[in-house]
Design a protein around this ligand. Sequence first.
Ligand SMILES: C[S@@+](CC[C@H](N)C(=O)[O-])C[C@H]1O[C@@H](n2cnc3c(N)ncnc32)[C@H](O)[C@@H]1O
Length: 267
Amino acid sequence: MDLKLRAPDSDQHSILLPEAASKLSEPYSGTLTSGNGKEYVIKSNIADLFTKKHSYSLAQQSNHFGITASVYEDLWRNQSISILTGESFPIEKEKELLTDWLEPKPGGLYLDVGCSTALYARTVKKISADSSVAAIDFSRPMLSEARKKAAKESVDLYLIRADAREMPFFAGTFDGLMMGGTLNELTDELKVLYECRRVIKKDGLFFMMHLLKAGSIAGKLLQGPAGFGGLQFWTIEESNALFERAGFKVEDQFNKGIVCFTKLKAI
Ligand SMILES: C[S@@+](CC[C@H](N)C(=O)[O-])C[C@H]1O[C@@H](n2cnc3c(N)ncnc32)[C@H](O)[C@@H]1O
């Protein structure tokens, strides 16, 4: 299936991202043309629809280095929940929770928002081979790493470089969304959540993992400097108020220390 995208500069025009671009084991490069004649580059399977340059927070900047992208998943992400909770929480458990709560179905279309190396997108595509999965991030090195990992695992994904504040998708495109850890890094979290609500179908499910405001003195001491780097943290009540304001209902939720998993439904 070719993926229909919304042209970044005009919601009146579409762009078709060919299915061939999602076959990550076969390099695909070329040009995408929107209905109004504008051209966008697709290089090594990654469609570049990131048109407006923004200033980045320190935390966001770090994701644009090749070295960060190359070690991110193996050195940090696979252990991150155990490190952050202080309890054993294998990555397999998180993947199981993701697929249980997202309930991917054959023929469904799913989106990983702020995907980094596309850990969630790859997991969903592996468990639900008959679904289609797209992943967006504004960091090219992260998307390149996602491509490498997915190709190695023979997983097909649509990889798109875009800003989550202005997603290149039409309303009601996706059956489900996933976001792992990205909420804390956003500079405009409500805008991104509104975009999430716009691009998901009504009743679509949204798997969210994010970090809460620490209650302990040690946690507060650590989160203070993280705030200067651009990271934000909320209490559970504040988080749920954000989700509800954007048009999502909390269907299920639990936290282990500062790590919070939430199953949201688009209302
Ligand atoms: C904490 S990492 C996400 C990790 C990934 N979801 C996972 O589960 O491993 C945050 C990612 O979001 C991306 N990001 C932050 N703000 C973004 C934005 N406005 N648009 C697109 N990507 C963004 C960063 O480049 C980074 O790769």
